[in-house]
Design a protein around this ligand. Structure first.
Ligand code: ZN
Length: 327
């Protein structure tokens, strides 16, 4: 019999309603982008952003609205992340599409080349979009299938690339993993993922794991599957079973106990760092994780582009000075 390679049957992914060609043709002018944003922001007709009145007149020349009762002038991007940007809206649209639809993300450097903008503009744009998709979904894990995997990993920080002083300072801290940042994650099987950075030079403590699981998992979670990390000991309770595999002993799957779904997420995230973000700054790791989480959780959302626009319309601006502030 001819040998056929086994492949797991997956539910067919719904096709996205947008592709790059469609996007470029559909939104070839800023005017068309503004009309699209207006329909998304005010599906039932324009309302004053200050007093909420529906009595509005349009100033077509200045692309503004004027509120009749309160006299306020505003544009479709007023008070949103798009506001005060010198970047044409059609370039924003392409950037949003590339960031949310490319499986592994896109770096500021790539975006700079694609859009023909300054690196600083591209970098700031990426971060504003990341900030807008942060905490897009805060539903707890464990409510659907009841099976959740939790795991931890370390990102970045090769000792040989590190400044000598930093390397030496780290060596003095017992238990740190060579300047890497600890990241914890939980994923519901066939469901969503939640990721969180525990900070640079941080070892994963029991307290940090507990706090993360408490914040992200529903009480209804039936089974939590982890590795042998001692931080997970005792996370079971009356209605939640804890199962674990012993990675150090070479055990990866035992019945329902495994963390393979989350291992795949780590590997995808790490590949996206290597492929797209050559110089991922640890300071911004949380934002990269947020972006990744959003993309991953929306991997089957055919209206991802539209939904991302909606989020950007409801997010307030992230100031450049806040982003570059030394923390
Ligand atoms: Zn008004």
């Amino acid at each position: 019999m001819k040998h056929t390679k086994y492949s797991a049957k997956k539910a067919p992914a719904q096709k996205s309603d947008m592709d790059l060609m469609k996007l470029i043709v559909k939104f070839d002018t800023d005017e068309k982008c503004r009309i699209a944003l207006e329909k998304l922001r005010w599906p039932d007709g324009v309302r004053c952003v200050r007093c909420g009145s529906e009595k509005i007149s349009r100033n077509y020349k200045r692309n503004q609205f004027e509120c009749t009762p309160c006299g306020y002038h505003f544009s479709v991007t007023a008070g949103t992340i798009f506001h005060d940007s010198h970047l044409p809206l059609r370039k924003w649209f392409i950037a949003i599409y590339l960031i949310c639809e490319s499986k592994k993300g896109i770096s500021a450097l790539q975006l700079k080349r694609v859009l023909g903008v300054a690196y600083k503009t591209a970098w700031y744009l990426c971060h504003r979009i990341r900030e807008a998709v942060k905490d897009a979904d805060t539903t707890l894990l464990g409510l659907e299938s009841g099976f959740v995997e939790a795991d931890e990993t370390y990102i970045g920080g090769k000792a040989k690339n590190m400044h000598k002083a930093r390397r030496e300072a780290l060596a003095m801290k017992p238990g740190t993993k060579r300047g890497k940042s600890a990241v914890v994650g939980a994923i519901e099987r066939n469901g969503k993922v939640r990721l969180q950075c525990l900070g640079a030079d941080h070892t994963v403590t029991k307290e940090a794991l507990r706090a993360f699981l408490k914040a992200k998992l529903a009480d209804e979670t039936k089974v939590i599957s982890t590795d042998e990390h001692t931080g997970y000991v005792g996370i079971d309770d009356d209605n939640t079973i804890h199962v674990s595999v012993y990675h150090r002993g070479g055990e990866y799957v035992r019945g329902l106990a495994h963390t393979n779904t989350l291992e795949n997420v780590w590997s995808l995230f790490k590949r996206s760092i290597v492929g797209s973000y050559h110089q991922l700054s640890m300071k911004h790791l949380d934002r990269y994780l947020d972006e990744f989480e959003f993309r991953f959780n929306n991997r089957q959302n055919p209206f991802l582009f539209r939904d991302t626009l909606l989020r950007l319309l409801s997010s307030s601006n992230l100031e450049y000075k806040d982003l570059t502030a030394k923390t």
